[in-house]
Design a protein around this ligand. Structure first.
Ligand code: DO4
Ligand code: MG
Length: 281
């Protein structure tokens, strides 16, 4: 089922999206409420949504599909990300290659819903960064004990020049205002035949000019989602309705560093299109 959130008379409510631009509202429930109720009543999310949703679909624009409690990120899960980052440190086989190969994944705290935006909302470019890049990623929406409730698209916007200066600056390169875009939908796992064969594309445009175009497939992921979640929740009670970003396989070139007004568009046919303008913070 394709779920999400819409604005209804100024309030955020959950909805079923029979098509990308029509929704069956679920009154009086945000996505967080819906997740919490489905866990409390021990009912699958899709079943509860079907029970509560209005019978009538109306024209609607998806907003952020969930205001997550916490957002975490996995890193260096694709070889392209690990080798790019080692290259930035002037080495071919450094700590990023090591974490790519090691059983324990890199996991970092990205933020809370404070730093998240939804479709078409501006993502931030730090005032002290000259090379901020989009990181297009598949994101997992997690329930109690890390259960995968659904998939969405994400942009793990990152200040790569700050990380390049010193890897210990990672939290500053990763977390700032509007550093994480999520959406447009929360697609439940039954809709996805094989989450390891999803083709993803990303473009960065400025006006009529395409500054960057890249693609990857989740087939190139070096880790399974269950393993990422398993490490995430070790001795770490991540609350239900949190999100785990699964890493980027698309590496934007420095010439295409984000500038104000650039549009980042991320697409996976099974999950939709997530588009955001960039803005200077
Ligand atoms: O170590 C840096 C972060 C890596 C990351 O966010 C990614 O690979 O997606
Ligand atoms: Mg990332």
């Amino acid at each position: 089922m394709r779920l999400g959130q819409i604005l209804s008379n100024g309030s955020t409510i959950a909805a079923i999206f029979p098509t990308e631009d029509t929704a069956r509202p679920i009154p009086e429930h945000t996505m967080r409420d819906l997740i919490s109720r489905s866990e409390g009543e021990n009912l699958p999310l899709a079943e509860l949504a079907e029970r509560l949703a209005s019978r009538h679909a109306q024209a609607a624009t998806p907003i952020i599909p969930l205001h997550p409690c916490e957002v975490w990120g996995c890193g260096c899960t694709y070889e392209t990300s690990a080798s790019f980052r080692d290259g930035e440190q002037g080495t071919r086989d450094g700590m990023y290659a090591q974490v790519y190969r090691d059983p324990r994944p890199e996991i970092f705290f990205k933020g809370t819903s404070r730093v998240c935006v939804g479709p078409n909302q501006p993502v931030g470019i730090r005032a002290d960064s000259k090379f901020t890049a989009p990181e297009p990623e598949l994101a997992l929406v997690l329930g109690k004990q890390g259960k995968i409730l659904g998939y969405t698209l994400a942009d793990d916007v990152s200040a790569w020049d700050i990380e390049r200066e010193n890897p210990l600056y990672l939290p500053q390169s990763k977390t700032f205002n509007a550093c994480c875009s999520l959406g447009p939908f929360l697609t439940t796992p039954d809709e996805i035949q094989d989450p390891y064969t999803l083709r993803m594309t990303c473009t960065v445009t400025r006006g009529a000019t395409t500054r960057f175009q890249g693609e990857t497939s989740t087939a190139r992921l070096n880790r399974k989602f269950d393993t990422m979640v398993d490490f995430l929740i070790r001795s770490n009670n991540v609350p239900s309705a949190s999100v785990l970003l699964t890493g980027t396989g698309i590496i934007v070139t420095e010439e295409a560093a984000l500038g104000p007004g650039d549009i980042v568009t991320i697409h996976i046919p099974e999950l939709g299109t997530l588009s955001n303008p960039a803005t200077a913070l």
